[in-house]
Design a protein around this ligand. Structure first.
Ligand SMILES: CC(C)(COP(=O)(O)OP(=O)(O)OC[C@H]1O[C@@H](n2cnc3c(N)ncnc32)[C@H](O)[C@@H]1OP(=O)(O)O)[C@@H](O)C(=O)NCCC(=O)NCCS
Length: 181
């Protein structure tokens, strides 16, 4: 990877052509039980790109990774979601680069929001911890119904329903910008 051209940027209209590959990569990852990544529609991902709320990573022009941000509860909360790195590019620090860029974008676009993420993966927990996120209970996250509806596309959704949204496979992590000012 050191000899390859790695670009990690805010996605725009020119990246819409990568949406089918992104969705396929997410779809493949959801088949691994416990992964905890929700499926998204073409329209949703495309809209995120057009709004400047997504990060894309390309290696020599080939799709390598993606994530997006979304605001909830009257912009009081911002979630980083849908992180995916294509299998062949994993293990080279790409997820870390994407998360760092998305952290920067979230703070720039929503300077007063609390940033949060739900994750079941050790890699993401590690990256979030390094960025200053701390684990919290689900009660400390947004109560915006629309956010939680996003979990419906996850293979573990039955657990979230059974526990009345108190627990699931994912760990909630929060970065309170007020505490870092
Ligand atoms: C999780 C995922 C995004 C990681 O991508 P990646 O580019 O391989 O991750 P990185 O190389 O940036 O690794 C980041 C850190 O996590 C560690 N890490 C990576 N994979 C790990 C694993 N399976 N278990 C424990 N630690 C791991 C790395 O060592 C690295 O730590 P370091 O920088 O201190 O050495 C990728 O495996 C993926 O797309 N998985 C499927 C979808 C998914 O689970 N998305 C997350 C939903 S919350």
């Amino acid at each position: 990877m050191s000899d390859n051209k790695i670009e990690v940027t805010v996605a725009g209209e020119g990246h819409v052509k990568f949406v089918p590959t992104i969705l396929q990569t997410i779809e493949d990852a959801t088949k691994v039980r416990g992964t905890g990544i929700a499926k998204r529609t073409h329209e949703y991902v495309e809209q995120k790109m057009r709004e400047g709320k997504a990060i894309i990573a390309l290696v020599d022009g080939e799709f390598a990774g993606f994530c997006y941000i979304e605001s909830w509860g009257n912009k009081q909360y911002v979630a980083n979601s849908g992180l995916i790195v294509a299998e062949k590019f994993r293990g080279h620090g790409l997820a870390r680069k994407i998360k760092e860029k998305s952290f920067e974008l979230s703070r720039e676009k929503f300077p007063d929001a609390k940033l949060f993420g739900l994750t079941s993966g050790a890699a993401v927990m590690k990256i979030n911890t390094d960025l200053g996120y701390v684990p919290v209970t689900f009660a400390e996250l947004t109560d915006d119904e629309a956010f939680w509806r996003g979990c419906q596309g996850c293979v573990n959704y039955d657990i979230l329903q059974r526990t009345e949204r108190r627990y699931c496979i994912c760990t909630a992590m929060l970065y309170d910008q007020d505490k870092h000012k």
